[in-house]
Each structure stands twice: as C-alpha cells, then as structure tokens.
Write a protein that binds this ligand. Structure first.
Ligand code: 7PJ
Length: 278
C-alpha cells in the first residue's frame, strides 16, 4: 500500500508505522448562524480552527453542508458563501485544508482557492466530479453511502456489508484511475452511519485492515459523536467524548490511518499514548 497521501501542497505519511493522522471537523452550518450572523459565524469558525491547530490537528475538514441523517440539502450559493471565506482565511495556516462536499462546483472553486483535499460523502459520483478533481493534485477521500442523507437511515440493508462496501469502493477507485488520478491521492472511507445499522458499522470497523489490504488504499474512519457511539453508551451527543475516543483508538488498532473527529486535543493525546505503547 502507499506510504504517503499526496494532499495538495502536502505529502502526509500514512505508513502503518507512522502516527495515525487526525482530521479535525470544522463545521459551518445554519446552527452556527443563529446568533449574530455571518461575521460572528466566520469568527467562531476561525477560533475553532486555531484551537485545532494548537492541539496538533493534521488536516482541517471544512464542511458547509450538514450531512447528518435527515438533514436537508444546501444551495450551491449558500455552501460557497460559507466555505470560501474560510478557505481564504485558513489557506496559509500551515495545515492541509480538506473540503467536505459532493458538489463539483464547490470542488472546483475551493481547489482553485488552495484546498488540499476533497472529502466527498458521495464518492465522487456526481456528474463532473471526477473531471473537476482529475487535473488537481489534492487528496481525495472516497466514501461509501447507501441512498442519500435524507433517507439513508430509514432501512439500511445489505447481504454482506463488508463485501458490498468493498466492491463499491473498488469500483470508484477504478473510475478514478481511469480518469487519470494517481493512487497516492486516494484514501477510502466505509462511511459509518451513512446507510448503516450499528451491526453494519461494527462489521465495517472490524474489517478495516482487510479492506485496506483488498483496496490497497489508506482508510479514514469517522465515528466521532455519531449515533453508533450514542447507541453503545446510551449518551446524548454532548456526552459522547469518551465513547468517541475509544472508537478512534479501536479504529487505529484495526489499521485505520486517519480519524475524523470533533475533539482534536483529546484525540491527539489519546493517539500519542496509543502510538507510543503499541
Ligand atoms: C463523515 C464525513 C465520515 C467522511 C460526515 C458526522 C456526519 N466524511 N462527513 N467520513 N461524516 N469522510 O460527522 O457526524 O464518516 S458528516
């Protein structure tokens, strides 16, 4: 498997022996609009980014559209209005910027403005998405999702979830290679919670190493504060830190190279200790 992830202006080590990487979630969604409008929202997001950098984040993942189960789509204009000021403000912060989007237009604009990675929950299936990213040198996270955010958790169903998600990702990687995208730009993600029951999530997590070997690509895992952590701990979203940390450690113990988290400082500490003693 590749030892590095080509990530725009950066080359990140994703070697099995290297410290696992922490992707910090920087959300700018309508909730953060509620008090004080746009400038307040930008200000809040920038201080959050500074905190993550001080805490040792490896990649900052900027998202302008919530993809939580049942959430509604955001217009192209609104998404660009939220994301672009952050890309401009953070592009010289010294950390790679990832953009969480499935819209080719957002990919194009943010890459032109300096984004180093595109994180697509839709696996670059939108018409034109692969063409937009093909000529850049940004990293690409290709994620599996069954159905769409509105309907994905209604009735997730698989005969063999590990085989089906693996096959989906294999097909997507094939399409990416055909579009001329270098393997070392690609990382994969089983999309925990995106059209999956708790049992599906657990099966996928436990098969991280096998799936990485099958697909020859580094795995990114996102489980921070998700419903699966709530289901296992019986905790509301604001009390899922301990469960999320345990999940992140389990993911890297199963071979994941990148974890996508809300609580960067705590996760970095946990991974430093885990990496030193494992
Ligand atoms: C994921 C994501 C994930 C990747 C979200 C949430 C929902 N991108 N974007 N993987 N989840 N690559 O954070 O709860 O698991 S949004």
């Amino acid at each position: 498997m590749q030892t590095h992830l080509q990530c725009g202006r950066y080359r990140l080590s994703v070697d099995a022996a290297a410290r696992p990487l922490v992707m910090g979630i920087l959300n700018i969604t309508p909730d953060s609009f509620s008090d004080g409008g746009k400038y307040h929202m930008l200000d809040t997001a920038l201080s959050h980014a500074e905190e993550m950098i001080a805490a040792g984040v490896d990649i900052i993942d900027i998202g302008g559209e919530s993809s939580r189960p049942g959430s509604l789509a955001v217009s192209l204009k609104d998404e660009l209005d939220r994301v672009m000021p952050l890309v401009y403000a953070l592009r010289d912060c010294g950390k790679p910027l990832s953009i969480d989007t499935y819209k080719p237009e957002v990919m194009r604009e943010t890459i032109a403005a300096g984004a180093d990675m595109i994180n697509d929950i839709n696996g670059f299936r939108a018409p034109g998405a692969l063409q937009v990213v093909a000529d850049a040198d940004c990293a690409l996270c290709v994620m599996h999702m069954q159905n769409d955010p509105q309907s994905m958790q209604l009735q997730p169903e698989y005969d063999d979830v590990v085989a089906e998600v693996g096959e989906f990702l294999r097909e997507r990687i094939g399409q990416m290679e055909q579009a001329g995208i270098a393997r070392e730009r690609i990382c994969i993600d089983p999309g925990l919670g995106f059209g999956k029951t708790l049992a599906h999530n657990i099966a996928l997590l436990k098969n991280t190493r096998q799936m990485q070997a099958f697909l020859q690509a580094p795995m990114l895992i996102g489980l921070s504060r998700k419903t699966m952590i709530g289901a296992l701990t019986d905790r509301p979203i604001e009390q899922r830190l301990a469960g999320s940390l345990a999940g992140a450690l389990a993911a890297v113990a199963h071979g994941a190279r990148i974890v996508r988290v809300h609580d960067v400082a705590e996760t970095v500490d946990a991974l430093r200790v885990w990496h030193a003693v494992s």
